[in-house]
Design a binder for this molecule. Structure first.
Ligand SMILES: [Zn+2]
Length: 197
């Protein structure tokens, strides 16, 4: 009796049968037999087997949740282009915080509290646009944003938008925010309080 094909093999076959075609997450989840780990399997095809499966992090014409395999030939160097040292440097520089949604590594994800936030490294300028694997072109992204599940825009909120949100928040939440800010900016906080006296 033939062994049942695993989710990764099904995904690999599907990508290879649809080279150059944009696929979305629903389609891939379906192909993988609706397992929750489908996105991880896709990532493994990319990082372990070197298939150049691109997402919105790699190509600006793709929207979050879209995937495309550009060519059949895997490129083992694709996943290893970014060194461990560079990864560590970028994560540290970004304060172990997702640069799209602000989720912090190891904490429950704000948009899906059942998941612990795991961070990945994404390109700022995608490689098809000439972006490099150098640290200045890399940023920390959580798995939710990396998989395109959060549907957030790339733009950072303006101070006006932030203030509108903060003014509408409950007093207790405002105090939580104050605690976070004082912890993040101890020197600035001290100076600010001294000036208020
Ligand atoms: Zn995120």
């Amino acid at each position: 009796m033939a062994r049942k094909k695993g989710a990764k093999a099904k995904l690999r076959d599907h990508f290879l049968a649809n080279i150059g075609k944009v696929m979305n997450s629903d389609e891939l989840r379906n192909v993988a037999g609706n397992i929750t780990e489908w996105a991880r399997r896709v990532r493994e095809l990319r990082t372990e087997e070197g298939y150049q499966i691109l997402t919105h992090n790699d190509r600006s014409d793709l929207t979050p949740g879209q995937y495309i395999l550009e060519e059949a030939e895997p490129q083992p160097a694709f996943s290893r282009a970014i060194s461990k040292e560079t990864r560590a440097f970028v994560l540290d520089r970004n304060g172990f915080t997702c640069q799209m949604c602000g989720a912090v590594a190891g904490e429950p994800h704000p948009y899906d509290p059942s998941r612990k936030t795991r961070l990945h490294i994404g390109h700022i300028v995608d490689k098809s646009q000439g972006g490099t694997d150098d640290a200045f072109n890399l940023r920390a992204l959580c798995s939710v944003c990396n998989e395109g599940a959060s549907n957030l825009t790339l733009e950072r909120p303006s101070v006006q938008k932030l203030l509108i949100q903060v003014r509408r928040a409950k007093g207790g939440d405002q105090v939580e925010l104050l605690k976070w800010l004082v912890q993040k900016y101890p020197e600035q906080s001290k100076k600010f309080i001294e000036r208020q006296r």
